[in-house]
Design a protein around this ligand. Structure first.
Ligand SMILES: Nc1ncnc2c1ncn2[C@@H]1O[C@H](COP(=O)(O)OP(=O)(O)O)[C@@H](O)[C@H]1O
Ligand SMILES: [Mg+2]
Length: 552
């Protein structure tokens, strides 16, 4: 079967534009941005140039895609989206002009995916800005820019660069080459190399999937995973096969760290036209995953470092970078460089009303991108994960006070800034405006669609939690009964016994209390089907039926 004929069978299917959207969005009902002469309003962008949200892989509950549709749609740009089905939150946004139902997994041949994109481009019928929302899409667009640019506007980036940046090893090598600090990392590619590394490594360390595409085909972990001991590493590695695609990285302890994010757009000369800095307050899974809550904080030093790196490597396009400030040595260490729009990009806006997606549309349509500073004091909350993240941070804080019981305070106060570095000013600690990832007064349906899709897995998760608690309670009751029975069998206590240690039941009840308290975390370990190793992490996959990698 040829690629073309496969496409007819399995390729993208347009939802009938007339049924999905009979009329374009009504701008009269829109808030400030689309009002009139407000900065960033209509008239700013070329509304003759549509946009397509390009995704590869299954992650229907993606607020980043919805945000990209909204931000361009509010400017009057016709926005199309590739969706898993016609009822995803992105597909039902009033700003989505039409959706192409094209479920992909990331395991397809690139040629098949390129053919699919070409078919979509032909169907739209006008040269369209492509906005990738995952690494695989960014890599595919860059590596096949030559045929795809017949239909799509694409940043002028070296074809191999997005793949190199999306690879943790490629990124590490670029960091070494350009003097950008990064955590010490190892890339054992055989079981023997892994065993020898395990024998001399310092623990804990962090394991992550190494490469775009391979993380879809043969993931070694469900997401960033901490491994506490050599035994834990070796046990985890049993499932990693003969060619593990893994990075093992020095762990930067959270009590000595801050997670910073940089979002930017670089033009064809690799100059940052817009650049933003902020701090992750909570993530999901806790301390190891996508942003659940973040805040803008101006950080000129970090912004300069990111811009220098982009210039040095010749990057062009949108990027979302994760840095971890190591408070022990005061260095910002680059963890992750996503060569595409990050899910939380709407946290950031310039005073002229631009975000990274708007900036790319303006630049690639030949319009000026007004220079303007970032708005500070903005906060982003991702409604479907932040309540759980909040809960988990509180629980962990209580369990391990030394690890920072008050993460918001820990992360934002100037007291945590290393010596010699300018402290963020106190007014940056206050959020003046909270941006919600899903809820939008002018576009309510995606939020409702998200709730409906979330309900099934969430109920399943709660029922698993409840069942696990029942099992633990029963086990605790049985243990208590056994102890009582054995005490009853003992002879009556003599004087020495009365002066002895606390009764055994105290320890038992403490254990039972702990068991109840940790039921949530423990239940998630047993039900964490995406996780290659058991760890005390709550995986979002259980709530949305998708991998963590799809969320960032
Ligand atoms: N070496 C590390 N030490 C401590 N925490 C880490 C380390 N690497 C990652 N993390 C935590 O995990 C999060 C996700 O890591 P990242 O490298 O961005 O992976 P991903 O590619 O899944 O986004 C980071 O924002 C940080 O909070
Ligand atoms: Mg990341």
């Amino acid at each position: 079967m040829t690629a073309a004929s496969q496409l007819t069978a399995t390729g993208p299917r347009t939802t009938k534009e007339e049924t999905v959207r009979t009329t374009p969005p009504r701008y009269s009902r829109q808030p400030r941005e689309a009002g009139s002469a407000a900065p960033g309003g209509p008239g700013l962008a070329d509304t003759e140039v549509p946009a397509l949200i390009v995704k590869i892989g299954r992650y229907p509950l993606h607020h980043g895609g919805v945000a990209a549709i909204r931000t361009l749609g509010r400017l009057g740009v016709p926005v199309y989206a590739i969706t898993e089905d016609s009822l995803t939150p992105a597909a039902v946004s009033r700003y989505c002009r039409g959706s192409f139902v094209w479920p992909t997994t990331g395991r397809e041949d690139p040629e098949e995916l390129v053919d699919g994109l070409m078919a979509i481009g032909a169907k739209i019928g006008r040269r369209t800005l492509a906005v990738p929302t995952d690494e695989e899409a960014a890599v595919l667009l860059a590596e096949h820019a030559s045929p795809l640019s017949a239909h799509f506007l694409l940043p002028d980036v070296q074809p191999g660069l997005p793949r190199k940046l999306a690879s943790k090893q490629g990124l590490y090598e670029l960091c070494r080459e350009h003097g950008v600090p990064a955590p010490a990392s190892a890339f054992p590619s055989t079981p023997a190399a892994l065993a020898s590394f395990a024998g001399q490594a310092s623990f804990p360390l962090v394991a992550k999937n190494l490469e775009a595409w391979v993380r879809r085909r043969a993931p070694v972990v469900g997401g960033t995973t901490m491994l506490g001991t050599e035994q834990e590493l070796l046990a985890a590695a049993e499932d990693w096969g003969q060619e593990p695609s893994v990075i093992l990285q020095e762990y930067i302890p959270r009590e000595h760290a801050q997670d910073w994010i940089v979002h930017l757009y670089c033009d064809a000369e690799s100059n940052c036209l817009v650049e933003f800095t902020g701090i992750k307050l909570r993530s999901w899974p806790p301390h190891a995953g996508m942003t659940a809550c973040a805040r803008t904080v101006a950080n000129p030093e970090l912004a300069a470092a990111a811009a220098r790196f982009c210039k040095a490597i010749g990057f062009s396009g949108i990027a979302d970078l994760d840095w971890r400030l190591d408070l022990r040595d005061g260095q910002y260490k680059l963890l992750d460089f996503n060569p595409r729009a990050g899910a939380q990009f709407r946290l950031f806006e310039t005073e002229a009303g631009l975000d990274v997606v708007r900036a790319m549309h303006l630049d690639l349509t030949g319009r000026p991108v007004p220079a303007s500073p970032q708005v500070n004091g903005r906060k982003l909350i991702v409604e479907n994960v932040d309540p759980l993240a909040r809960l988990a941070y509180r629980r962990r804080g209580r369990a391990r006070p030394q690890a920072g019981a008050r993460p918001e305070r820990d992360l934002t106060l100037a007291s945590r800034v290393p010596a010699g570095q300018a402290a963020p000013s106190p007014d940056q600690d206050r959020a003046e405006r909270t941006e919600l990832a899903w809820i939008a007064a002018d576009d309510p349906v995606p939020f409702l669609a998200m709730l409906v899709r979330l309900a099934g897995p969430a109920l399943g998760h709660l029922s698993r939690v409840w069942r696990t608690r029942q099992v633990r309670r029963r086990a605790a009751r049985t243990a208590r009964a056994a102890q009582t029975a054995s005490r009853d069998r003992r002879p009556p206590p003599g004087p020495a016994d009365l002066a002895g240690p606390a009764p055994a039941s105290e320890g038992t009840s403490r254990a039972a209390g702990t068991a109840a308290g940790t039921a949530l975390a423990a239940s998630t370990v047993s039900s964490s089907e995406n996780s290659a190793v058991a760890g005390p992490e709550i995986r979002p996959a259980m709530l949305a039926g998708q991998r963590k990698d799809d969320w960032s």
